[in-house]
Each structure stands twice: as structure tokens, then as C-alpha cells.
Write a protein that binds this ligand. Sequence first.
Ligand code: PLP
Length: 384
Amino acid sequence: MRIYLDHNATTPVAPPVAEAMARVLRDEFGNPSSVHAFGQRAKALLDEARSAVAALVGGAASEIVFTSGGTEADNLAVRGAAEAPESGGGRHLVASAIEHEAVLATLKALERRGWRTTLLPVDASGVVAPAALENALTDQTALVSVMLANNEIGTLQPVAALARMAHAAGALFHTDAVQAAGKVPVDVSTLGVDLLALSAHKFGGPKGVGALWIRRGSRLAAHMTGGRQERNRRAGTENVPAIVGMGVAATLAADKLDEEASRLEALRDRLEREILARIAGTAINGAPGCRVPNTSNVSFEGVEAESLLIGLDLEGVAVSTGSACSSGTLEPSHVLRAMGLSSHRTQSSIRFSLGATTTVEDIDYVVDRLPAVVGKLRSLVGRR
Ligand code: PLP
């Protein structure tokens, strides 16, 4: 038995996505920048995918720039806004303390080159307080970046309110929507953001492709130089098969959004209810009423998270201790630390993330096996 509960790390490719990609790889090799018919066929495929991805976030197709993934989309947003010649010379950047490394490490890199940065604190449930942004904004702030949904705990942020405040101070607003798209409705107009990052492999698409939605007219410097692809914002011949896959995945995700959200929420709630009922010393991390429906981050008192991950893997169950990019580092989660959790609790927390392949049988299997795995680990350190 193999149960995959790590969909926030990556999702299995949906079968129609794989089929569409295989067809393009086999039959459509044209370069979308070529004028002849081969090129124009490839360009039409890009246009179709661009419309599908734009529809997932309520934007216009002309506002989508395809990238190599969520990390590049975040880099393009943060570096592009910081380095835009029209940014008025403002050299201050703001982000939440619980952003993905794609944003945090980019801020650090800019800091080394002279930008000032402010990280906004979060409360005990992992939510940024608008008052914290109010205090951080100055007339030098070029960009505010706050993610829509957190990858480790699933908590949703008050992005619309934060974006209004950033705009009032003359700053651009970027949101990393990588963990929100395909799980909750995402609409760029309602959110009022200027930039929004997506990654295909988080919603049934392939790895190595993503997109940045850029509000028409937003100031942004291109960070890849070369040809004139993607309206001069991202040079390089487009990865046509992967982009087609992302388009198909976006349409599938949009079509099933409500149905999948309620199904996963019910399964996630069942998982949490049973864990709390069957295992003493457990607690849920993150804002219970304000999370994406597929994510659950749970602390198991007296248990080392890495050992629990391995114990569950031996039972055929795949979970994670947080971000896939940080796994193996044994660094305590920066997200749980920012929420003020004790070091014991940050080191005894694991993430279950559900997805398209998750069934009620999977959840029941996990909650049947967990008590013994936890009990064994606790007995090894002399706890019950
Ligand atoms: N942003 C968030 C919130 C993520 O969870 C991830 C992936 O883990 C990324 C960005 C990076 O996306 P990619 O893996 O496509 O580079």
C-alpha cells in the first residue's frame, strides 16, 4: 500500500495533461516565434494555454508570462519590481516572514545589493496583521510580497486588504499564489494585486513550468535577456509541451474547483478529527477556519518529526516536515517559528497535504496506523 499525502510538494500529473503533452512533444515541434505554419501552430498552442491559465486567476491572457516554475515567477516579480527603472528609486521591499524561500532568498540577495527589507510578523495562527504592514510601509517601499496560501500550514492571508494598503503608499503588490491556485478561487480583480505567481506542478501539471500574471501596465524589469518572447518579459524559446500541460491542468482544476475543495476539506477534517481523538498530545497548527482545504499541519508532542516521517514512510505513507525545498536540512521550520511555536513543537510537526488521488480509504489507513507509529517513537524516548 502506498499513500501519497504530500501534494503541496508536488502533485501527480493528471492523465489528460500527460496525453496532451505527449501529443505536442510528438507532433508539434515548431518554434512559436517562427513565422511559418509550424511556428504558428505552436504559437496557437501557447495562446490557448495562456487563456486557460489566465482564466484560472480571472486575468487576461495577455497578462500571463510563462516561466520555468513558481520560483522563477517569484524571482521575476520581486527582482522585476525592485529593479524597474520606473520604480522611482524606492529601495525598500516588504514581505511576510512566512514566505516561500523563492521570495525570502530573493529578498536576501537584493539586501546584499543595497535594498532595505522588512519582514512582517504573523500571529500564532500564521496570519499577517494589516497593522504590521501599515507600520512597515514608507514612501521608499517599491514592493510588498505576501503569499496567498502558505505551503506548510495552508493559512490564507488577507491579501486584498494588504494590497490596498500597499497601493495607498505607492508600492506594487505581489502575491505568491502557488499553493492557492486550484484549491480555492483566485481572482486577480478581487484581490487587487499587481503580480501573482503560479506553478503548474502544484495543480496536476508538469514540473518546470509556471507563470507570472502581471497586471497590464505594471512596471517590471525583465531579468532574462535575449529574444523578444513573452512580450519582452522573459526571453527564451518557450517550453511548448510543458506550457500546454499547464493549460490543460488549469482548465481541469478550474472545472473541478468547488467539488474538489469540499471533498478534500471533508477528508482533511476527518484526518484531523481522528488524529486528535486517537492520539494524546496532538495539536493542529495554522488558522483552522482560514486555510486551503487540503493542508493539515499537526504537532505530535514528544515525537521527532523526521522520525515520524520515516516511520510513516515504512508504513507506505508519504508526508513531509514542511517545504520540500528545505527537507533534509533539519532546520526548524521558519513558518512555525514565526508563529511563535516552541522549538519542541516546531520539531515535532508534520504536514499532510491531500489531493486528487486521496480517498477516504487512504485517510482511514493513515489514522489506523498512526497511533502505533507515534506510540513506538514515544516509547523509544521514554514517553507515553
Ligand atoms: N511558492 C510556494 C508557496 C511553493 O510552495 C513553491 C513550491 O514548493 C514555490 C513557490 C516554488 O515553485 P516551483 O517548485 O515551481 O519552483
